[in-house]
Design a protein around this ligand. Structure first.
Ligand code: NDP
Length: 322
């Protein structure tokens, strides 16, 4: 006889602030959540040093410690945290349907509800010197790390709304910001470009790419190249911010869940509901605009509440039909 397939009431995929907050709420609501952590347990915050903007930590907290504490809090109420990746899903389209999930160890699960909290991954340029200095002055989050460069000269790369917004944010903190745009124009909205143009300590260099991030342990400067003329120059900066976009981690859901043109999961109205009944999305996987730990945590809470209501509705209908 074949082994019985494990049935899970509430499966949480992903272990960032959205996933753990969903787990805390789901566990307290007796939904017996099981979490699969993914490849990067703790999510993007584990790559940050100090988190100074999460309410409740007056002295700040380092990202990895915060994620361990969130895990402990989720486990305290009975969440089962499993190290592993979900490799494929077959989502049901019917109310009360069962979703089939395959894990990287080869096992198959059945889930009555799923909370997706797989996050997004910041894109990097891919230069070896950039990768070596991640955490040593190279960051993909100005709002998280900008404060550490107070009064210093920094550079930021990108030409979209994020680069425009983050460059003006940094200009409030840093003495000088150089924005590096690879084309002759920015992709950002006109309003954002206007803000950039009107920020006095913000210089935009068009047609400019980074050849190398200079520095041994920490960022000391950049070697730039003009991609039209081939002309090279070096600038001195202590920080480099990468703002060239994020990739939502949604590959396993493609073709099953509604997504926008860039792969972010579309949720209904102000809820975390997806187009599949019983499947909810929270955190950066459905938010390309705010992308903060606190907003991710907020939508994780919403997802658990939405899942709880959904399971209750399924259960009461079953009771009526029985
Ligand atoms: P985008 O994809 O819009 O822009 C990415 C930018 O990075 C582009 O200018 C692109 O250049 C550049 N880029 C990509 N790869 C490289 C590379 N290897 N080297 C140099 N430059 C590179 O990403 P954003 O994060 O800016 O925005 C994502 C979405 O979020 C957008 O829809 C945006 O409107 C939205 N958003 C809205 C905000 C708001 O309304 N307040 C704030 C932040 C984001 P190129 O143009 O040459 O392709």
């Amino acid at each position: 006889m074949a082994d019985k397939v494990e049935r899970i009431k509430c499966l949480i995929i992903g272990s960032g602030p959205a996933g753990y907050t969903a787990a805390i709420y789901a566990a307290r609501a007796d939904m017996k959540p099981v979490m699969y952590t993914g490849m990067e347990p703790g999510g993007q915050l584990t790559t940050t040093t100090e988190v100074d903007n999460f309410p409740g930590y007056p002295e700040g907290i380092d990202g990895p410690t915060m994620m361990i504490q969130l895990q402990q809090q989720a486990e305290r109420f009975g969440t089962e945290v499993r190290i592993g990746m979900v490799t494929s899903v077959a989502l049901s389209n019917t109310h009360g349907g069962i979703h089939k999930v395959v894990i990287d160890n080869g096992s198959t699960l059945e889930a009555e509800s799923i909370i997706i909290a797989t996050g997004a991954t910041a894109k990097y340029l891919g230069l070896p010197s950039e990768q070596r200095l991640r955490g040593g002055g190279v960051s993909a989050c100005a709002v998280c790390d900008g404060f550490f460069y107070k009064g210093q000269e920094v550079a930021i790369v990108g030409g979209g709304d994020t680069a425009a917004e983050e460059s003006t944010y940094l200009a409030n903190i840093c003495s000088k910001v150089t924005l590096l745009v690879r084309k002759g124009e920015m992709r950002a909205s006109k309003a954002m470009q206007h803000r950039v143009a009107n920020t006095p300590n913000l210089e935009v260099k068009y047609f400019t790419e980074i050849e190398e991030v200079i520095g041994d342990q920490v960022v000391e400067g950049l070697r730039l190249v003009n991609n039209q003329t081939g002309e090279k120059e070096e600038i001195k900066v202590t920080g480099l911010f990468i703002a060239i976009g994020h990739t939502p981690n949604t590959n396993i859901f493609k073709g099953q869940l509604d997504m926008d043109e860039t792969g972010y999961i579309i949720t209904k109205g102000k809820s975390t509901k997806t187009n599949c009944p019983g499947v909810f999305a929270s955190g950066d996987v459905q938010d390309k605009e705010y992308r903060q730990a606190i907003t991710a945590a907020g939508t994780g809470c919403m997802a658990a509440l939405d899942a709880e209501r959904y399971l209750a509705a399924v259960e009461s209908k079953e009771e009526v039909e029985a």
